[in-house]
Write a protein that binds this ligand. Sequence first.
Ligand code: F6R
Length: 364
Amino acid sequence: DKGNHRHFMEKEIHQQPEVISHTLANYLDFTTNRAKPLNLPFDFAKVDRLAIAACGTAFLAGSVGKYWFERIAKLPVDIDIASEFRYREMPLSMRSAALFVSQSGETADTLASLRYCRKAGLPIGAIVNVRESTIARESNVVLPTLAGPEIGVASTKAFTCQLSVLASLVVNAAKARGMVDDAGEEQLVRELAEAPRLASQVLKLAPQLEALGRELAHYKHVLYLGRDTSYPLAVEGALKLKEISYIHAEGYAAGELKHGPIALIDESMPVIVIAPHDRVFEKTVSNMQEVAARGGKIILITDKRGAEHATVETLQTIVLPDMPEIVAPIIYALPIQMLAYYTAVFMGTDVDQPRNLAKSVTVE
Ligand code: F6R
């Protein structure tokens, strides 16, 4: 049932404040502001590496997780696309743990990667949305996303719930590894608690994003740029746009611009820059200047401080509220989902069932 929404995808985008809140509350105690204890088959204090493998959007959630685990918990992460992981014969350290991320819990390559790690004797955790799935059954611990059924083929609420679980695990890991004290843990939990309210605020940008989607629909190519945790989001933005609107889109690390993609820049390829006012903001601004100098049209997704400090002319600036660094990847997912959605709706594609795609990829 789509309720009063035109598509499941729109409904699922709008469910995010609620499902993010449910998911976070499963892992974090908002009365004590502490991470709830987890029954893990390994000890975050004792592992020296975490191997994460997944496909598509779930891979991109894991990619954000890498930045968080390494920066906040000082735990090195190897993140792989599952179809590569399963065949590349990486030497697995016996002091590693493995984590698999999957909405459906049935993705063939992710499942094969899980079995590979199990055979090697690694402890296995699975972040899944479907509790009764094969991946859930075959892992040592299930870390559920409480997104509810996701019907739209393009993943939206499952992604932000995967990020919510990963962020919660990072709080746990940071605590176990002595990288935050009690006060630091409380602060992270309080910051994450803001996610549902921030997501609701961002949903109110729908009219601006709808108008922008109408403009985007006239282009054949779109480039997304971001740094740090906004880099996987840039790739996710491009993935969402191409899969439902069929517009060719690419997501790049902003610093890679001058190593190739800058050759493509002209007025016919808009550049969507995801840049909260964070530790790498100034670096991203210089990349935007390089784009502007070549006649590129910039759509900047930032916050109030970023909008004030971005010394570059943009076609449009989407201004999100200022927010703590750890919640930004969760919240910045929304405008890129909405932009892809409105562009596709305007183009008249089958948003919930894009051509050639299946919700669950159970064959290799
Ligand atoms: C993109 C999308 C896919 C899935 C991928 C993995 O919007 O939905 O890229 O993320 O097929 O699927 P799961 O998470 O079910 O393993």
